[in-house]
Design a protein around this ligand. Structure first.
Ligand code: G6P
Length: 610
């Protein structure tokens, strides 16, 4: 979603701001803008569309040593020029970039209209910048603090005031924000990727904090003026991890990274000799961890792809650890008054660690007294801080909007948690040993599937003009069917539905004809025979069968039209292998259609609004 960025120092910062915005393009946006101060004058350039267009518009016309910049994903008002950021106050002196939503903007607008303020956009941001002007009495820091005291909602903001050009103000409530520390220059940014080329030293801001930034120092305070001592941290990834490294798209790079990222998610967490696993993020908090081990009920809350991995977690934990699990869309959980009794534990799953609905679900669960664990990829993210304890994926930055490597790492972490829980309860050493040994072999198995990518590419060419797809799977692979369908619709805009294979008879079967590709996830597992029956049902109606099947399965070759073979693995780990061909199929179909795979229309990588 929106990205914000600011610089103050002694270098010309136009290039840096444009490059920094490009680094957060992956988060999704529909307009971009920049404000530059050249020592005398301020200039704002903004417009709907891509950053490259903004760059062309700017050309060589701008230079300056201070500036703020923004990519906007429309919430209030269409993505036109007037609604793009930076916004400027009525007197032309105060400039604001903002992520988040000001919920009480209507009442603030009325208040300002009574004071003769005029508004030129549909945004809540323009109201905030004028509120800051309203309170301005010679000190921009105080004006921002006073204005934010009136605000309800979420924000990460950056402010420049032409009457105090040596200072930038940043403040945070619910939207990520960090300060980058340079030499005789400093930055603020919503995403570490924006500043990493300049500095790897950052200070992560927390909710309710404000930073007063000059070229030589940064003062951190709470919004009610208490000085804070903040730790400087190192960004946890390398520049090469946020570059395409020769791949056509980040998504393809991330798919091919999975043998390594799966390994990274397991590294140091498998105790082969004990036939179990150990997750430092849990065992280091013995009291909180014991609440998970003794949980009477677990809710898994998440959105999108993370919700699909949560569903696999449900199948795993219930079958192996015998604890009742309910998986909820975070957006539903937060508003439906879920029953949380003593012994209820909530696990929030999120790649970004910033998804607004998941964050709100965590807050609601905590308010009701649940212990909350997080499974996040982004180190230092809001969700990782808001939870009682948790586990990082260590999958490295995921840039492609369609999540791939984070999904497989989430499933790995959920499997590690399941084994740990089960071994504390009812799982024998023998069974634990067998599973952790198979876990260790997964990277090699994934590598093997990836070696087959050309075959999947060929298949993609055949089906790129289909207008509907059906994905069917059962048991552990039912959520994989959902994920395969989601991947395809996200990036290729082909309508696709995922269903439990047997449930197909209760509706989707009506759609099947000779033009309908039906992807069956038919790995050899305990319900393989049932899946084969479902395949025959589709075949009898002339559907086109694409089967993801186990290497040793020759029977399937006789029934399916196209077969993609994968190595054999125990039930619980099957989704980590079966999802890989589906990721590749979606990718190659979208690439074949010429779409912008990494930035699909209307989607955002990190959904920081409700
Ligand atoms: C967006 C992204 C999805 C992601 C979902 C949840 O919709 O496009 O790829 O699965 O948000 O995000 P999270 O960061 O919480 O996993």
């Amino acid at each position: 979603m929106c990205g914000i960025l600011g610089y103050i120092g002694n270098r010309d910062c136009v290039r840096f701001l444009i490059d920094g915005l490009k680094r957060v393009e992956y988060r999704g946006y529909d307009s971009a803008g920049i404000l530059i101060y050249d020592g005398k004058n301020t200039s704002v350039v903004k417009q709907p569309g891509k950053i490259i267009e903004l760059e062309k518009l700017i050309g060589d016309s701008l230079k300056g040593n201070a500036g703020i910049a923004h990519t906007r994903w429309a919430t209030h008002g269409e993505p036109g020029h007037a609604n793009s950021h930076p916004h400027v106050s009525n007197n032309g002196n105060i400039f604001l970039v903002h992520n988040g939503i000001i919920e009480n903007y209507t009442s603030l607008k009325k208040k300002l209209e009574k004071e003769s303020f005029t508004f030129y956009s549909d945004t809540d941001t323009e109201i905030l910048v004028n509120l800051i002007q309203f309170y301005y009495a010679g000190c921009i820091e105080n004006a921002v603090k006073r204005a934010l005291a009136d605000v309800e909602g979420t924000y990460g903001i950056g402010v420049f005031c032409s009457e105090e050009p040596g200072v930038l103000i940043a403040a945070r409530m619910g939207s990520p924000l960090l300060i980058g520390i340079g030499e005789n220059e400093n930055y603020f940014a919503s995403d570490p990727a924006s500043v990493l080329k300049q500095t790897d030293e950052v200070v992560y801001m927390q909710d309710g904090e404000i930073a007063v930034i000059t070229d030589s120092k940064v003062v951190h305070k709470t919004l009610d003026d208490v000085l804070l001592e903040k730790d400087v941290e190192k960004i946890s990834f390398e520049l090469s991890e946020i570059e395409k490294s020769g791949y056509d798209h980040f998504m393809l790079k991330e798919i091919f990274e999975q043998p390594r990222t799966i390994n990274d998610s397991m590294r140091g967490r498998i105790l082969l000799d004990e036939g179990t696993t150990k997750l430092g993020g849990l065992s280091e908090h013995p009291e909180i961890y014991s609440r998970l081990l003794n949980a009477k009920k677990i809710f898994i809350v998440a959105c999108g792809t993370s919700w699909h991995s949560g569903l696999i977690g449900e199948y795993m934990i219930e079958e192996y650890a015998r604890i009742p699990v309910e998986v909820e869309y975070a957006s539903e959980f937060r508003y439906r008054d879920p029953i949380i009794t003593p012994g209820t534990v909530v696990i929030a799953v999120s790649q970004s660690g910033e998804t607004a609905d998941t964050l709100a679900a965590i807050k609601e669960a905590k308010r009701k007294g649940a212990t909350v664990f997080g499974i996040c990829n982004v180190v230092g993210s809001t969700i990782s801080k808001e939870t009682d304890a948790g586990v990082y994926l260590h999958a490295g930055p995921e840039i492609g909007v369609a999540s791939t490597k984070a999904f497989t790492s989430q499933v790995i972490v959920l499997a590690l948690i399941t084994i740990d829980l089960a071994r504390h309860r009812n799982m024998s050493f023998r069974e634990g040993y067998k599973i952790v040994k198979e876990l260790k072999n997964l990277p090699e198995m994934v590598e093997k599937i990836l070696e087959n990518s050309e075959k999947i590419k060929e298949l993609a060419k055949k089906f790129s003009s289909a207008s509907n797809f059906l994905y069917l799977g059962r048991g552990f692979n039912f959520p994989v069917a959902l994920e395969g369908a989601l991947k395809l619709k996200e990036i290729s805009y082909i309508h696709a539905e995922g269903y439990p294979a047997a449930e197909m008879k209760h509706g989707p079967i009506a759609l099947i004809d000779e033009n309908m590709p039906v992807v069956f996830i038919a790995a050899k597992d305990s319900i393989y025979d049932k899946v084969v029956t479902n395949i025959r049902e589709v075949k009898a109606r002339n559907g086109i069968i694409i089967a993801i099947a186990s290497e040793s399965d020759s029977e399937i070759d006789l029934i399916a039209d196209y077969v993609i073979k994968i190595p054999e693995v125990t039930n619980l780990l099957s989704p980590i292998l079966t999802v890989i061909p589906l990721q590749l199929l979606a990718y190659y179909i979208a690439a074949e259609k010429g779409y912008d795979v990494d930035m699909p229309r209307n989607l955002a990588k990190s959904v920081t609004v409700e």
